[in-house]
Design a protein around this ligand. Structure first.
Ligand SMILES: *Cc1c(COP(=O)(O)O)cnc(C)c1O
Length: 402
């Protein structure tokens, strides 16, 4: 017999994993399946699969209406949307980004020979710290790429003031923030442009997909050319471009997903409040908050595990949860600056990023979404509670079995 490694082995839950089925972070929300299939049948009947299809146009209109922006350009994914937005704005040299984000934010710059310069974050909100941004500005800086992490708006006004003072362009990676507001206005209309991701794991999804939203007519026109090889009508290429188009199936999924988005928020919000209530008072366990009075999609339930006061380490807690089929994730560990190619290019970047390093060592994102009910959330909280209570024992057993 091997050493017991988990609560399951300790038979606290009767020797079976707490979650029968694996509970993933970012398990897709689907919406009304019949509506989706109707749309897909319609697409097949009409044999119009991509290139200015009716569903993509409708999806773009709906997103623009919901967000309250003049233009929405749907794309094949969020990463390509970021690349196109960055290129359409003619960013070059250096652009300041947080290191505490999904690596695509930095890659979208580096991919086109623009240097991502990593700035630090606020330790409480995990959002870009304007003071750190200002310190990283050099004569080569051309822009700031803020990230509305976890659906919370970054310090838009402060970043805007810095951008104006230094004549920099300001854009936002709003991949987490569809349906979230800042000072009562939905995210999407800030800066020169904002970029959404509609990846399967995001709040509203188009399978793969994304969008650039902007109120700038000239910029929108340029982006429309760039996402379709620079074509302006048949046989007429007027700009350098790529293929960033969204297809009709994706738009069908997106429209179906938009119709259900209030239901997704309800489920996420209910789960969030249950997590907060059930984890309250656990020493060293903190659930990240959202700005009061703002709309939020509650797509991310973010725990912070304080190594000083919690009886179990973040990583041991994660391993314990995984052994119970609860696939919690260490987003965004270890920070972009510790991933390639940035780790090799900027080996000293961490020196300027103490809060990023600290937060990246503490975070753990929990499952939520329309497929999670009160029972699942309760069981997840129970494993966390037992993990904290038995912390020393579990840590010792994990160590012994390594
Ligand atoms: C998901 C995500 C992206 C990339 O979007 P894709 O649609 O997956 O290409 C970019 N930035 C952040 C912060 C993300 O979470």
């Amino acid at each position: 017999m091997s050493e017991p490694r988990t609560l399951t082995d300790l038979a606290i839950f009767g020797g079976k994993p707490v979650a029968g089925e694996k509970l993933h972070v970012g398990r897709p929300n689907i919406g009304n399946r019949d509506r989706l299939l109707e749309r897909i049948n319609d697409i097949l009947d009409r044999r119009w699969l991509t290139n200015f299809g009716a569903y993509v146009q409708e999806f773009e209109q709906r997103v623009a209406e919901i967000v309250g922006v003049r233009h929405c350009i749907a794309t094949c994914n969020g990463a390509v949307a970021l690349e196109i937005a960055i290129r359409a704005l003619d960013l070059r040299g250096e652009v300041i980004v947080p290191a505490f984000t999904f690596v695509a934010t930095a890659h979208a710059l580096q991919w086109q020979q623009i240097t991502p310069v990593f700035a630090d974050i606020d330790p409480v909100t995990h959002l870009l710290d304007p003071a750190s941004v200002e310190r990283m500005i050099t004569p080569r800086t051309t822009g700031i790429l803020g990230v509305h992490l976890w659906g919370n708006a970054c310090a838009i006004e402060a970043l805007d003031a810095i951008a104006s003072r230094h004549r920099l362009k300001l854009i936002f990676d709003a991949a987490h923030a569809f349906g979230c507001s800042h000072q009562g206005r939905l995210i999407g209309g800030f800066g020169e442009a904002e970029v959404f991701s509609f990846h399967a794991t995001k709040f509203v999804n188009t399978l793969e997909g994304g969008a650039i939203v902007t109120n700038n007519d000239d910029l929108a026109r340029k982006i429309r050319l760039m996402k379709n090889f620079g074509f302006s009508g048949y046989d007429n290429v007027v700009h350098l471009g790529t293929n960033g188009k969204m297809d009709e199936f994706s738009a069908a999924m997106g429209l179906t997903s938009l119709e259900a988005m209030d239901h997704f928020v309800e489920a996420n919000q209910r789960n969030y409040h249950q997590y907060v209530a059930e984890l309250a008072g656990l020493p060293g366990v903190h659930v990240l908050g959202h700005a009061a009075g703002e709309r939020c999609n509650y797509q991310y339930v973010v725990l912070e595990i304080d190594p000083e006061t919690c009886a179990i380490s973040r990583d041991d807690l994660m391993n314990l949860l995984w052994s119970e089929n609860i696939l919690a994730r260490r987003y965004f560990h270890p920070g972009c600056h510790r991933m390639e190619p940035y780790r090799s290019l900027f080996p000293d970047a961490g020196k300027h990023l103490p809060q990023t390093e600290r937060v990246a060592a503490r975070v753990l994102v929990l499952p939520t979404g329309e497929t999670l009910g009160a029972r699942e959330v309760h069981n997840i909280c129970e494993v966390i509670r037992l993990g904290v209570e038995h912390g020393g024992k579990i840590t010792a057993q994990l160590k012994a079995s390594r």
